[in-house]
Design a protein around this ligand. Structure first.
Ligand code: KIV
Ligand code: ZN
Length: 495
């Protein structure tokens, strides 16, 4: 079996998505979960971009032992110096530097020419090598860079000391055979020495996984991926799809270091912390990925599961028989479940989580992993505006009326309103108190598990003065969850 290295960029490319920003503590939780999952490289951030990103790279470097920690830079001296500084505590470290190589980038972004770009690429790699032994170079927009010129760039950076060369399809433009042919062309025309090629495929035309696999089949030995495929615009390549495709097709002869049984919990953790829902029909980790609903399929699966199932759900960590927690479960049981899910909390945080857990267990008989992860996602955010109480009258043939109490920086405010349904009434009441111009642009309610006592997750996008703010909440009462999600978004501009 040939090894394919898994480079996870959830915390860099994924975290660039508006509304997905995590604080340092949350990033450390994700990084530790990625370590347990078995990724080879964690791209922890872009240190020059903000003090927060710098600090996260420092803290992740301290918290994680086994995977290589990678920091992104442009081909700019200051970026490289700052990345090296941020990586100083990493046990194994990599600088990921690069520059645009397509004619679009050379002409319009850099107002430069092909020779100058090669000079800058060589310089950036040599400078990075002064700080670290492991340097990855990215040829941004390689998907639209002509192969002959791309081969010259790759040869130049390998000669300058790059250990990995990343061939990003930055705009998600390539077809699988075109991307595969690009990788093959480079393998055939460049003396790679000991360096390897990496894929980094975006999802704009829905071909990210197909393109990454075409890259591997043609000689790439690293795949750049994110959990749940999150990333700029339509997203990046999903880790779970590439890993399970290679695992399901053993005959191809590739293996990764991923402990696939940790895939589902890592997916839920990232979704909960980033408040980014996973579409129900998402391959591998979507709620319906293993749900057979048509009569013909159900009949076949009951006779022999292999008739319609190519992956055993247990292989990706979905276990219907997983232990559920109840109101009688103690703090130790919660702690051990959280550890299994890749979440480590200190004693104070565990106390808060346990209180929240007991409140939820009062309303819901069996607490599943998703409920716990949503609860953790919620507890990490403490806000200036809090919902103190909410009372709604709703039903058929009645007026929908809501009364709300908000605590704003310690002061109590109340308002009531009527509306076109309980959510509308409650949000109008909130607006009376906060009196800011807001428009709800997106409003999504999802059940987490099954049953009428289930927790509803609400994602909301609220526009204020031309900018979008994202709010999230989870509650067994979906009217309350909707109002909390709205207040969560409002807190982001009212703080
Ligand atoms: O998509 C892209 O080209 C990137 C690079 C910065 C690696 O994310
Ligand atoms: Zn990217």
């Amino acid at each position: 079996m040939e090894k394919v290295y898994v480079f996870d960029t959830t915390l860099r490319d994924g975290e660039q998505v508006p509304g997905c920003q995590l604080n340092t503590i949350e990033k450390i939780q994700v990084a530790k979960a990625l370590e347990l999952l078995g990724v080879d490289v964690i791209e922890a951030g872009f240190p020059i971009s903000s003090p927060g990103d710098f600090n996260s790279v420092v803290e992740i470097s301290k918290a994680v032992t086994w995977p290589v920690i990678c920091a992104l830079t442009r081909a700019v001296d200051k970026d490289i110096e700052v990345a090296a500084e941020a990586l100083k505590f990493a046990k194994r470290k990599r600088i990921h530097t690069g520059i645009g190589t397509s004619d679009y980038h050379i002409k319009y972004k850099f107002n430069s020419n092909r020779d100058e770009i090669i000079e800058r690429a060589i310089y950036a790699v040599k400078l990075s090598r002064r700080y670290v032994d492991d340097v990855e170079f990215y040829a941004e927009d390689a998907g639209r860079t002509d192969n002959e010129y791309l081969a010259c760039v790759v040869q130049a950076v390998v000669d300058a000391g790059a250990t990995v060369v990343n061939i990003p399809d930055t705009t998600g433009y390539c077809f699988p055979q075109e991307y595969g042919a690009k990788i093959k062309y480079l393998i055939d025309h460049v003396d790679m020495k000991n360096a390897i090629l990496s894929t980094h495929c975006h999802q704009d035309l829905g071909m990210a996984t197909a393109n990454s696999l075409a890259g591997v089949l043609n000689g790439a030995r690293q795949v750049e991926v994110t959990i749940n495929g999150i990333g700029e615009r339509a997203g990046n390549t999903s880790l779970e799809e590439v890993v399970m495709a290679l695992k399901s097709h053993k005959e191809l002869g590739y293996e990764t270091n991923i402990n696939t049984q940790k895939i589902y919990s890592t997916s839920r953790l990232v979704s909960a912390l980033m408040s980014m829902p996973v579409q129900p029909n998402k391959a591998i980790v979507g709620r319906n990925a293993f749900a057979h609903s048509s009569g013909i399929h159900q009949d076949g699966v009951l006779k022999n599961v292999q008739t319609y199932e190519i992956i055993d759900p247990k292989d990706v960590g979905i276990d219907d028989n997983a232990i559920v927690l109840t109101a009688r479960s103690g703090r130790a049981a919660l702690k051990s479940r959280l550890n299994l899910l890749g979440v480590q909390l200190d004693n104070g945080e565990l106390d808060d989580a346990y209180q929240k857990f007991l409140e939820l267990a009062d309303k819901k008989k069996d607490i599943k992993d998703d409920d716990i992860l949503s609860m953790i996602g919620r507890q990490s955010k403490s806000h200036r505006i809090k919902v103190e109480y909410l009372q709604v009258t709703c039903g058929v043939g009645v007026r929908h009326v809501a009364s709300i109490g908000l605590n704003i920086a310690g002061e109590h405010f109340e308002a009531s309103a009527t509306g076109n349904g309980p959510v509308d009434a409650a949000i109008k009441a909130v607006k009376r108190i906060i009196s800011r111009e807001t428009v709800i642009q997106e409003f999504l309610i999802q059940a987490i598990n099954r049953g009428s006592d289930d927790v509803g997750k609400v994602h909301m996008q609220v526009e204020h003065k031309g900018s979008l703010y994202y709010g999230f909440s989870a509650n067994t009462d979906i009217v309350a969850a909707s109002v909390e999600a709205f207040v969560d978004a409002v807190n982001k501009f009212a703080e």
